[in-house]
Design a protein around this ligand. Structure first.
Ligand code: SF4
Ligand code: SF4
Length: 109
């Protein structure tokens, strides 16, 4: 195949009919407030770790909803559990507790 010096990027299309959301359903059972998230991004904007890493609870929640576990965990692996996002969340989601539950359910350890 000819090398044109560029390539097509991998499709980011998600097949919503075939996503694996078993763990997401377990998370919702444990943390029903996660359904209140309106993806406003306040948590990400105020995140202590976000200034130095790609930490974003908002992105993590969106990826988890789509069954994209690996991508989601990348966005919270550097979380310091400081709880700052809890103070700014307009939906009063206990984000710190949510982060711990995500770790509990999605951790392979
Ligand atoms: S608890 Fe984690 S996600 Fe929330 S502000 Fe602190 S470092 Fe960021
Ligand atoms: S601040 Fe709360 S409602 Fe907004 S994206 Fe973060 S978790 Fe969701």
């Amino acid at each position: 195949m000819a090398n044109f010096g560029y390539s097509l990027t991998k499709s980011s299309r998600i097949d919503l009919n075939n996503r694996n959301i078993e763990k997401w359903n377990r998370l919702v059972e444990l943390e029903p407030d996660v359904l209140k998230c309106m993806a406003c991004g306040s948590c990400t904007a105020s995140c202590t770790a976000g200034k130095f890493t790609k930490t974003s609870l908002r992105s993590a929640i969106l990826y988890l909803q789509n069954g994209q576990e690996k991508e989601a965990l990348e966005y919270i692996q550097s979380c310091l559990l400081c709880g700052k996002c809890f103070m700014v969340c307009p939906r009063a989601i206990n984000t710190r507790h949510l982060l711990l539950s995500i770790s509990k359910i999605y951790s392979n350890r």
